[in-house]
Design a binder for this molecule. Structure first.
Ligand code: EPS
Length: 390
C-alpha cells in the first residue's frame, strides 16, 4: 500500500490518495472523521483549531460502505481558506498587487524549515515553504492512518496512545493498563495523559509557556495489541518492521527521536534484565514473561504488544521570537511571528498512532498479500493458529 498527501496549510484543501487497499473492507467517512476530531483536541492548541472542523470526504474507491480495491481519495477542506484566498490564490497577480497581497515572509524562524527550504527551492518568499512544512499536513496523515486503523481493527489489532511527558513533567507509569483503558482514559484527558496528577502539572506547564510566548515539547507512547507475530523480517535491513516504524515516527513534524520498549534505558542494564523470557501454553501459544523489547525481535513483531515512543521538540514558531537574519537585507532581526500552538504534543499522539497504524497495515498487506479483504482475514487467522502450534 502507499499514499501521497497534498495541500498547503492555508490552501483550499488537503488531499490524500491511498492505493493498494484490499477490496471488500468496511469503510465510512465517519471512521475517518472520528480520528480527525481526536487530532484537533488537546490543551495548548492555538486559535486555528477553533476555526477548523476537519471532515473527510471520500471521493473514490468506496461504494456502499466497502472498499473497491481502487485508489481511495480523501479530501479535507481548510475552513480557514476563506481568510486566505488572496494571499494563497492560485491565479497570477500583477506586480502592483504583490506587496499588498503576498504577506511575504523574509525572516526565517529558527528550528523551522523556512531558511533551508527557501534555499533549496529558491523561494524568496518563505511562506512558500511554511505552507507545506506546517503540521497542518498531519490532518491527512491521520486520515490515511484512520483507514489503516480500520483494516487493523477488523483483523483484531488495536492501537492506542497516550502522553508520557510534556515540558519536563513526567507521567507516573505505575502499571500497564489494558488497551481499552488507555484509549478511554487518554481520550478523557485534555493532554491525553493517564496520570491525573501529572495532567494538571502538564497543563500548568503549557499555561506558563503560553504566558511567556514560548512553546514546549514532550514524549508520546503508542501501544498496539494483537499484532500477529513474525510480521517484518530479519533477512534484510529495509524489511525490518521496527525500522519502518522508527522512520514513520521521526517523519512526523517536530519529532526528533524514537525508542521501543525499555528504549534508551537498555544502555544501563545487563542483557538478563533486557531480554524477555519465552514461555508456551496451550491457550496462548508462545509468549514472553515480560515485554521489555516492546514487541520486536530481529525486525519482526513478536506477538507481544508493540510499545513505541517518540519525542517531539517544542514547536519552533514562538511569540517570543528568537534571533534570525532577514534574507533580503542580511540584517539581524527577530524572526517573523506566525499564529501557532504553544504545545501540540496531545495532538501529536494521535498523529503517531496514525503513523504506526499505517506501517503495520502496510506490512500485513505486503506479507499476506491479498486483493480481497475476506482472504486477508482468513490468512491472518491461519497464521495465528500456525504460529501458536509451531
Ligand atoms: C502550524 C501553525 C498553526 C497550527 C498548525 C501548524 O497554524 P496557523 O498558522 O494556521 O495558525 O495551527 O496546525 C494546524 C493547522 C493543524 O491542523 O494541526 C505550523 O506552523 O506548523
Amino acid at each position: 500500500m502507499r499514499y501521497l498527501t497534498a495541500g498547503e496549510s492555508h490552501g483550499p484543501k488537503l488531499t490524500t490518495i491511498i492505493e493498494g487497499l484490499p477490496a471488500g473492507m468496511p469503510l465510512t467517512e465517519q471512521d475517518i472523521n472520528n480520528e480527525l476530531a481526536r487530532r484537533q483536541k488537546g490543551y495548548g492548541r492555538g486559535r486555528r483549531m477553533q476555526i477548523e472542523k476537519d471532515q473527510a470526504v471520500i471521493s473514490s474507491g468506496v461504494r456502499h460502505g466497502y472498499t473497491l480495491g481502487s485508489p481511495v481519495t480523501l479530501t479535507v477542506e481548510n475552513k480557514d481558506w476563506k481568510h486566505w484566498t488572496k494571499i494563497m490564490g492560485i491565479e497570477p497577480i500583477s506586480h502592483d498587487e504583490e506587496e499588498e497581497i503576498k504577506r511575504k515572509i523574509q525572516r526565517p524562524r529558527p528550528g523551522h524549515a523556512d531558511l533551508v527550504g527557501g534555499m533549496k527551492y529558491g523561494h524568496r518568499d518563505l511562506r512558500n515553504v511554511l505552507e507545506r512544512s506546517s503540521a497542518r499536513e498531519t490532518t491527512v496523515r491521520v486520515a490515511a492512518g484512520a483507514v489503516a486503523k480500520q483494516l487493523l481493527k477488523h483483523l483484531g489489532v488495536e492501537v492506542a496512545s497516550h502522553v508520557v511527558k510534556i515540558g519536563g513533567v513526567q507521567a507516573a507509569q505505575t502499571y500497564r493498563a489494558s488497551i481499552r483503558e488507555i484509549q478511554q482514559r487518554s481520550e478523557a484527558s485534555e493532554v491525553r495523559c493517564l496520570d491525573s496528577e501529572a495532567e494538571l502539572k502538564m497543563m500548568a506547564a503549557i499555561d506558563d509557556a503560553k504566558k511567556n510566548g514560548d512553546s514546549i515539547g514532550g514524549i508520546v507512547e503508542v501501544i498496539v495489541d494483537g499484532m500477529p507475530s513474525g510480521v517484518g523480517s530479519y533477512v534484510h535491513f529495509d524489511r525490518k518492521l521496527d525500522a519502518k516504524l522508527a522512520r514513520a515516527i521521526v517523519s512526523i513534524n517536530a519529532f526528533k527521536g524514537v525508542e521501543f520498549g525499555l528504549g534508551f534505558e537498555m544502555a544501563d542494564k545487563p542483557g538478563s534484565e533486557v531480554h524477555d523470557e519465552i514461555t508456551w501454553s496451550e491457550e496462548q501459544g508462545y509468549t514472553r514473561k515480560t515485554n521489555r523489547l516492546g514487541g520486536f525481535e530481529g525486525g519482526m513483531s513478536t506477538g507481544m504488544p508493540i510499545i513505541v515512543r517518540g519525542v517531539m521538540k517544542p514547536i519552533p514558531t514562538l511569540y517570543k521570537p528568537l534571533q534570525s537574519v532577514d534574507i533580503e537585507t542580511k540584517e539581524p532581526f527577530t524572526a517573523s511571528i506566525e499564529r501557532s500552538d504553544s504545545c501540540a504534543v496531545p495532538a501529536a499522539a494521535v498523529v503517531a498512532e496514525a503513523a504506526v497504524s499505517w506501517e503495520l497495515a502496510c506490512a500485513i498487506v505486503d506479507q499476506f498479500s491479498s486483493d480481497r479483504f475476506d482472504a486477508l482475514e482468513k490468512a491472518i487467522e491461519e497464521h495465528r493458529s500456525y504460529t501458536k502450534e509451531y
